[in-house]
Design a protein around this ligand. Structure first.
Ligand SMILES: COc1nc(N)nc2c1ncn2[C@H]1C[C@H](O)[C@@H](COP(=O)(O)OP(=O)(O)OP(=O)(O)O)O1
Length: 269
């Protein structure tokens, strides 16, 4: 937990705006699918697949819809596994909603990942991504590249083939955490560590891993509003929705079942 003086602020009521974020996992092939955002919010970053929950839509229905729109993968509701939530808040004013981003993983789907003009799906190595490193930058797709021809090393699925039938020709890169939203470096490696197949986890950690699988994570992040920074140096991004420095950053893990009673809180220091 980072140091903060947030507790000295008067409590305030904030609305929550709901989003979804889905991370497809292919455990058999030790790989995880992320999308490179080609336009709109988060352009130029890798992330899971997701978007806003529309009025009257359930969170899980929104997650399924957004995953399908952005990647081509179609998942049935029972196969969606809710893993946790990100709560992102600016403390600059009382009117900006808290972004409540619901994180799911899936490991069963129909269809093959496809690039759209919004997202370019790319597989990364799961076991090589358990700790955030500033490894070799991942390729930066562009809309031109997508409509033209991609280098074969970059294609997640060569044309005319089924992804699930392919041998993995090239070793996959680790997740490029430095090309993602900054807070992903905290929660995503923890999530992946908990999901590794048990035979790849040292025996003495297996019991702990089984317990953790039953927990949701809640990653709270507060930002100081103000300066609109979008700095990239040494491969490290420092943009927080253009809201400036991170103020507070902590992760809770809750047993399944407790999340529902906690998520309705409206008072947030
Ligand atoms: C620090 O902030 C964020 N971190 C992470 N990991 N993910 C974030 C952050 N802020 C937003 N996101 C995710 C949440 C959603 O999955 C997308 C944003 O979705 P978008 O604004 O594109 O929503 P859509 O409904 O697709 O919008 P349009 O229909 O208008 O394109 O990013």
């Amino acid at each position: 937990m980072a140091t903060t003086d947030a507790m000295q602020l008067p409590p305030k009521l904030k609305t929550h705006k709901q989003y979804t974020l889905v991370i497809p996992l292919d455990l058999q092939r030790d790989r995880v699918l992320l999308g490179y955002k080609l336009r709109g919010f988060g352009q130029g970053k890798y992330n899971g697949f997701g978007g806003k929950v529309e009025q009257g839509e359930s969170i899980v229905a929104a997650a399924i819809r957004e995953l399908h729109e952005e990647s081509g993968l179609l998942v049935r509701e029972p196969d969606m596994i809710q893993r946790g939530a990100l709560l992102l808040e600016t403390v600059a004013d009382n009117s900006s909603p808290i972004l409540e981003i619901h994180v799911f993983t899936v490991d069963k789907w129909e269809g093959t990942e496809n690039a759209t003009d919004e997202m370019h799906p790319t597989w990364f190595s799961l076991s090589e991504s358990l700790t955030p490193t500033s490894a070799t930058p991942a390729p930066i797709p562009t809309p031109n590249v997508i409509s033209g021809s991609l280098p074969s090393s970059f294609l997640s699925t060569p044309p005319g083939t089924e992804a699930h039938d392919l041998p993995l020709a090239l070793p996959l890169q680790p997740i490029p955490y430095h090309q993602m939203w900054e807070e992903s470096r905290v929660w995503l490696p923890r999530l992946l560590q908990n999901l590794m197949p048990p035979d790849l986890v040292p025996q003495e950690q297996q019991e702990e891993q089984q317990q953790k699988k039953k927990r949701y994570f809640i990653h709270h992040v507060q930002f100081i509003g103000g300066v609109d920074r979008d700095v990239s140096s040494n491969g490290e991004y420092s943009v927080w929705h253009g809201m400036g420095e991170r103020r507070l950053d902590w992760v809770d893990e809750l047993p399944v079942g407790e999340w529902d009673s906690r998520r309705t809180f409206g008072r947030y220091p």
